[in-house]
Design a binder for this molecule. Sequence first.
Ligand SMILES: [Zn+2]
Length: 201
Amino acid sequence: MCTKSELKEKMISYIHMLPDSGWVFSTSGNMSARCDDGTILITPSSVPYTLMKAEDLFEISPTGEILVAGKNRPTSSLRFHIALMRERKDCNCIIHTHAPYCLAASTVTDVVPAVTLNEKLLLASDGILTSPYAENGSEEEAANILKAIGEKNNCCLMQNHGVVTIGADIENAWIHMGYAEDCCRIWLLAQSTGRKVSYIE
Ligand SMILES: [Zn+2]
C-alpha cells in the first residue's frame, strides 16, 4: 500500500532509469501503474524520460477518462494499458519498450520457446508469444496484446514494434522486461549458430 504521490515518485524513479536500460530510444515506450483506488497513472506522450516529473503523469480512470491531466497528452498506447489493467486484476504495472532483442525476435517468430528457466517461470510458461502487427494505439493492437498475454503470461512481443511486460508492481514488471530482453538475446544468439536449439519442456 502506498499513496498516489508515493506511487508517482516511485514510477518516476524507474522512468529515469529507462534511457540507460537500452530498452528505449528517445521518447519511445511507456509505462503505467495502478493505485490502490483503481486509478491508473500513465506516462505522457513526447516528454524526454530524464526530464519527466511526477506532475507530468496522467491520472486515468479504469475506463480511460482523464481524471488529472499531466503534460501534453497521455501515451498513444493508452488503449492497451487500459485493456490489460481491466482483464488482468493481478497486474498493477505495465511497461512497453522497443528493447532491441525483443523487437528483432518479433520480426522472425510467432513464439520464443522457453530457452531459459526464467522465461518459463516468470514470463510465459509455453513461450513468449508475438502479437500480430496492428496500428499504433488501435483497438486491434489492444486486442492482439490481450490475446498474446492471456490469463497467465506476463509478457508478449509486438510484431515489428516492441515488447510489453506486466507485473504485480513496478519492480516486478521491470524485472520481467529485463528477463524478456535477456531471453530474446539468448534465443537469437542460439538461433544464429544455425544449430538445433534445445528448449525446456
Ligand atoms: Zn511503442
